[in-house]
Design a protein around this ligand. Structure first.
Ligand SMILES: [Zn+2]
Length: 491
């Protein structure tokens, strides 16, 4: 980014609440049904059909709002947002407008710029403010043969029509694409922890729009903003923001003007392009939804739900970092999902060794999961067995190298480490008498080297270590072997 300029970015995130049924009818809200099969008069927008609010939506929206430190309004109003689109059969979307479900929240999270290799430069905590979180229904989905502008055929699937969403609108607090990236990552993580969204961006459960403008560094007035819509992956979000920031700075430096418009990201070309010039908010002619009463939630209701919220990602990350003396990176990786954090804490408890548990989870476990294309929830090794393995390594029953072999086998077979160590005959030899007898045999078998060693050729020590390892098939305890070998050679 040009040093004279700074970017100002605000984000709107649509998250699908993972209820079984839709927001105003009993149709299934689960992704992937036959096109238009999960529909009824309500979500098809047939005349006279009446919406009934799904209680589960309110409970999940409450969890989401609390997790993001939002103030929940005791009374909020549903409103009709009027516009025409083929995938919106009613001609309006039921949303919330001037009296939203919740307002004025924030998150305080680690964020960092990244270097050329994509590595974090320096993690710093920063607070980002959230303007509002409101409840709304989703529209259907249009599928075009080719680009929308030139498609010869278009199709409409209304399975998504009436699926419950929360829209989370941030303040324009982000100054770089990476701040936006870290925030969206964190938001996704929080919604997953709270159990209200599956976070699947490919299936559209989490969508992101960004408002971007640039201004001279130090200026107070905002520049004209462009909106980039449908950033449906973290990579697209970050790349599109960087492109758009550069485009605007370049336009201004060349004496041009930024126009307020909606743009789309084209990943193949690595560019944003104009979708339409921006319609003003009043074009939607919002008015209160006459078929739904105001939504009221009591203090008691909010308190009951808040009691059942799990520990949230940043609180948990901080706790783990301090309690187990982890680095920022380690604590971030280990709290990536609630299940990963649970797993790590169980391994730590079973092994009694937080440091070694972190090393093994972050290297061996993550690698095996990645190779197998599995999530932590599908891990074939129980945390208890993994903890036992870490313990066996910590107390030198087996070496780290053997531990890796055992872990691979545990991952393949689901067997316990004790059983595998027996089966593979890997148990480390820690009995000094046994090691001594191996050492003596080795020394006796190599009289020439022994003579040279005694004459001062110290480097041969390594040769003897190697021979003892070979004779024991690598099973002798290295530290004990060193001590005993020294004692015998130097005797
Ligand atoms: Zn329906």
């Amino acid at each position: 980014m040009d040093k004279d300029f700074e970017a100002v970015i605000g984000l709107e995130i649509h998250a699908q609440l993972k209820t079984r049924t839709k927001i105003f009818c009993t149709c299934s809200a689960i992704f992937g049904g036959e096109p238009n099969s999960d529909t009824c008069p309500v979500c098809l927008g047939l005349p006279g059909a009446l919406p009934v609010l799904n209680k589960e939506v309110v409970s999940m929206a409450t969890k989401a709002a609390l997790a993001l430190n939002l103030h929940i309004n005791h009374e909020s109003i549903f409103a009709r947002k009027n516009y025409f689109y083929p995938d919106l059969p009613k001609g309006y979307q039921i949303s919330q407008y001037d009296r939203p479900f919740s307002e004025r929240g924030w998150v305080e999270i680690p964020t960092s710029e990244r270097d050329e290799q994509g590595r974090a430069v320096e993690w710093k905590k920063k607070r980002f403010h959230i303007t509002r979180l409101h409840i709304e229904e989703d529209a259907g989905k249009s599928i075009h043969d080719g680009m929308p502008q030139s498609a010869t055929k278009s199709y409409v699937n209304l399975n998504r029509s009436g699926v419950p969403l929360v829209e989370i609108v941030s303040e324009p607090d982000f100054r770089s694409s990476w701040e936006a990236y870290d925030y969206v990552q964190y938001l996704r993580k929080t919604l997953l922890y709270a159990g209200v969204c599956d976070g699947n961006m490919e299936e559209g459960s989490l969508r992101c729009d960004a408002n971007v403008s640039v201004r001279l560094r130090g200026a107070e007035k905002f520049g004209t903003k462009a909106e980039i819509k449908n950033l449906n992956s973290f990579r697209f979000l970050q790349k599109a923001l960087d492109y758009e920031i550069d485009r605007q700075i370049k336009t201004i430096k060349e004496g041009g003007k930024i126009t307020q418009e909606t743009r789309l990201w084209n990943d193949k070309e690595g560019k944003t392009y104009v979708m339409r010039s921006k319609e003003e908010a009043h074009d939607y002619r919002y008015f209160p939804e006459p078929d739904l009463p105001p939504l009221t939630v009591s203090t008691q209701y909010i308190e009951d739900i808040s009691q059942h919220l799990p520990e949230l990602p940043e609180a948990r990350r901080e706790r783990l970092q301090h309690l187990y003396e982890l680095t920022m990176e380690e604590s971030m990786l280990l709290t990536q999902t609630k299940e990963m954090a649970d797993y790590y804490e169980q391994v730590t408890e079973a092994s009694g060794n937080a440091r070694l548990a972190a090393n093994w989870v972050l290297s061996e476990l993550l690698r095996e999961l990645k190779n197998a294309g599995k999530e932590i929830t599908e891990c074939p090794v129980t945390a208890r067995d993994f903890g036992d393995l870490v313990k066996l390594i910590a107390d030198n029953t087996i070496s780290g190298k053997m531990g890796k072999e055992v872990f691979e086998k545990m991952f393949q077979t689901g067997k316990s480490p004790q059983l595998l160590i027996e089966e593979l005959g890997l148990k480390q030899i820690t009995d000094p008498a046994e090691i001594e007898s191996i050492v003596k045999t080795v020394v006796a078998a190599n009289p020439k080297q022994f003579e040279q060693y005694k004459q001062g050729k110290q480097a041969l020590f390594g040769f003897f270590v190697g021979q003892v390892m070979k004779a024991s098939q690598g099973k002798v305890n290295p530290q004990l072997t060193n001590d005993i070998l020294k004692k015998i050679l130097d005797a």
